[in-house]
Design a protein around this ligand. Structure first.
Ligand code: DX5
Ligand code: ZN
Length: 222
């Protein structure tokens, strides 16, 4: 089953707990938590305390997407706060293999993300250390941007890399995903779709998650 990971970046920050409960009831698999530091990306969001506080209210998989410089300084805090998946950017560290192994050693799943300018081939020598590849389909930093079509080819390349290596590794896609393009993103080989504004800029986020599920349930299981 293709998973849906609503990004609470586009939620009303004063109502996050209730919104997470709504998406959970409606069939979301992950809650995608975007961490931004104002340095790797221009925007600022939140740190580990928000993860810890939300953790008490949800049993969803917490999928933390770190858009920060020097991610090695913070991964342990996010795991201790309750992150199940910790994803950092390849572009943000010189020692990605070490950091992937460190995240796994802390008991979380290790994710690595690539910005639109970074080729999938940069992950070839890391593939055995990765639990999740996050293909960015917008430039990270803000919700509500348009999907970059080139990402579809990168998803296919990531799928081919995972299959040729014979590893268990999810492919997640983030940015500009809508009810209209979700099917083509899944068909290209994605396992997990992140959607922020397409879910939280609607009047009923739970109902929108159900609409996404109807679209994704039509995609054959991999
Ligand atoms: C953007 C974030 C995304 C963002 C996606 O840098 O990583 O997770 O919330 O938002 P939409 O789905 O609106 O493009
Ligand atoms: Zn994200």
């Amino acid at each position: 089953m293709i998973k849906l990971a609503p990004s609470i970046l586009s939620a009303d920050f004063a109502c996050i707990k209730d919104d997470i409960a709504s998406i959970e009831r409606a069939g979301a698999a992950y809650v995608h938590i975007d961490v931004m530091d104002g340095r790797f990306v221009p925007n600022i969001t939140w740190g580990p305390k928000v993860v810890r506080d939300l953790r008490k209210h949800s049993s969803l998989t917490f999928d933390c997407h770190l858009m920060i410089v020097e991610p090695e300084r913070y991964v342990e805090q996010f795991v201790k706060a309750g992150a199940d998946i910790v994803t950092f950017h390849l572009e943000a560290t010189s020692h990605a293999q070490r950091l992937l192994a460190h995240i796994r050693s802390l008991g979380a799943k290790a994710g690595i993300s690539i910005c639109p300018q970074t080729p999938v081939s940069m992950l070839e020598d890391l593939i055995e250390d990765i639990d999740l590849i996050l293909v960015m389909s917008v430039n990270p930093g803000f919700g509500g941007q348009r999907f970059i079509p080139r990402a579809l080819e990168k998803i296919r390349q990531a799928r081919a890399l995972v299959e040729s290596a014979g590893v268990t590794c999810e492919i997640e896609v983030d940015g500009g995903i809508t009810l209209q393009n979700a099917r083509s993103v899944a068909d290209a080989g994605a396992d997990v779709l992140v959607a922020g504004s397409a879910i939280f800029d609607t009047t009923d986020c739970g109902e929108t998650v159900r609409e996404f599920r109807r679209v994704l349930d039509g995609v054959a299981a991999r």
